[in-house]
Design a protein around this ligand. Structure first.
Ligand SMILES: C[S@@+](CC[C@H](N)C(=O)[O-])C[C@H]1O[C@@H](n2cnc3c(N)ncnc32)[C@H](O)[C@@H]1O
Length: 285
């Protein structure tokens, strides 16, 4: 766990700071060398977007909507100095990002969207996002159910950033990468989803964002009171999509998507190796 003596960390011109979160409105490459040691980097950097061919993907307005500041890729070498990180990436970035893993342990986690943009353009649907989670031994946290390699959660329609990630997706990754008292960093903060979720978990977090407009949106989100998961969600589909964190807080009694099992895995579907691992864990109690 990092020991942050002074909060917010000194020698940085913070655009915003409260008891748990600090935001720098800057190019992250200028701020990173000034930061104290952080425990976990969770970030969703600019993708390299390849939109070829016809269809909606080639339409100017669509590209303009999704590419402002976000299609230029990023210098993946910045991850090298952090012992534990989780990074969203496009398919194009996977290979290079995996080269940053080095001697850390790692896992490919996917966020699967049941309501993808209807944009297939002769290819697979854009219904899956990739997250590489890399950690030094001893730094994988989270409960049993957080350890699933996939997250099923719909895309949000009412977004304040074109690439805004759903809070439950971010909460799961934070639980996997942190424990109480940890300091989180998101160097490509966007609308502040990582900071908002970190605050809800009682963690400290630093966000860096080059666009002032997105910094302002993040500040608004941080000023809202801590999210209240106490009202049970009535729709079954929503319940299916709630994370274990939300389920715990809402008191909803629901079988997790892995199914309450008596150890019989024959009816389960999916990655056999993963189900076998879950089965073995259950057998061990
Ligand atoms: C994919 S978006 C992050 C969206 C975020 N996950 C959310 O939920 O809102 C990436 C962000 O990185 C920002 N960005 C791009 N280059 C940057 C840089 N060099 N330093 C800091 N932020 C940068 C962009 O402005 C964009 O908001």
């Amino acid at each position: 766990m990092s020991k942050v003596e002074n909060w917010p960390p000194p020698n940085i011109d913070w655009y915003y700071a409260d008891d748990s979160c600090a935001i720098a409105n800057a190019d992250c490459r200028k701020i990173l060398p000034l930061l104290p040691t952080v425990d976990f980097v969770l970030t969703d950097p600019p993708y390299e977007i390849v939109a070829t061919g016809g269809g909606i993907g080639a339409q100017r307005q669509y590209l303009a909507d999704i590419t402002d500041f976000t299609d230029c890729g990023f210098d993946m070498g910045i991850l090298q100095s952090f012992h534990s990180w989780a990074c969203f990436c496009s398919k194009t970035q996977l290979q290079e990002l995996l080269q940053q893993v080095g001697n850390r342990r790692w896992m490919l986690v996917t966020w699967n969207k049941p309501n993808p943009t209807p944009l297939s353009n002769g290819n697979y649907l854009p219904d899956t996002e990739y997250i590489i989670h890399a950690w030094k031994a001893g730094n994988l946290h989270g409960g049993f159910r957080d350890k699933s390699r996939f997250i099923v959660y719909p895309c949000q329609q009412d977004k304040s950033h074109p690439n805004e990630k759903p809070i439950p997706v971010i909460l799961k990754m934070l639980r996997m990468g942190t424990q109480a008292g940890d300091l989180v960093l998101d160097p490509f903060m966007g609308s502040g989803t990582t900071l908002r979720a970190a605050k809800d978990l009682g963690l400290r977090a630093i966000g860096i964002e080059i666009s002032r407009d997105y910094c302002d949106i993040a500040i608004q989100r941080l000023r809202q009171s801590v999210l209240d998961f106490s009202t049970p969600k009535p729709e079954p589909i929503k319940q299916m999509e709630l994370s274990s964190y939300e389920l715990e807080r809402s008191g909803i009694k629901q079988s997790p998507f892995i199914g309450e099992t008596d150890g019989n895995i024959s009816e389960m579907q999916g990655d056999e190796a993963m189900w076998q691992e879950i089965h073995d864990d259950l057998q061990r109690g």
